[in-house]
Design a protein. Structure first.
Length: 158
């Protein structure tokens, strides 16, 4: 497969924005980088067909949202260990308003978090969110409503 300079230009121009989007979805820079890398690999494979449509960014963001959901489903089956790690791990959070927003998002289930990110960060309509996640518009609205209610009352309904 020959290298397409337009793909390299797209990655150079939009790579940082995609990484920020991945961070908002995943909650840490490592998972965000993995999301971006996997999505760009899939974008590269589909690039010849997407260049004609001229919407590669929408395609890659859809891939990232779906990959994040699939990864979450796989991680739900993790096993617990009683052994303590040798060192603690702390992700650096942004400061100010971004920190407060992220702390509110981390208390939400992943599906609700993805819906809010797509609605308010990506400014997608309910129909667009439903198409990205492969769910109905009613599910999008109910997940968003539950997420907002939960963020107002706190995780335990306090």
């Amino acid at each position: 497969m020959e290298a397409d300079p337009r793909f390299a230009e797209f990655v150079a121009e939009r790579g940082d924005a995609l990484l920020r989007y991945g961070y908002v979805l995943a909650g840490n820079p490592h998972d965000a980088a993995d999301l971006v890398q996997e999505a760009l690999l899939r974008l590269r494979a589909a690039w010849p067909g997407l260049v004609a449509k001229e919407n590669p960014e929408g395609y890659v963001r859809t891939i990232m949202a779906r990959l994040h959901t699939v990864t979450w489903r796989l991680r739900r089956r993790e096993s617990l260990s009683w052994e303590l790690p040798e060192q603690g791990h702390h992700d650096a959070l942004p400061s100010g308003d971004e920190r407060a927003m992220w702390e509110a998002l981390t208390g939400l289930p992943r599906k609700q978090r993805v819906v809010l990110v797509l609605r308010y960060y990506e400014e997608l309509s309910d129909a667009e969110i439903a198409a990205v996640l492969g769910i109905s518009r009613g599910t999008v609205r109910s997940q968003a409503s539950r997420a907002i209610d939960r963020s107002r009352t706190g995780p335990a309904g306090s």
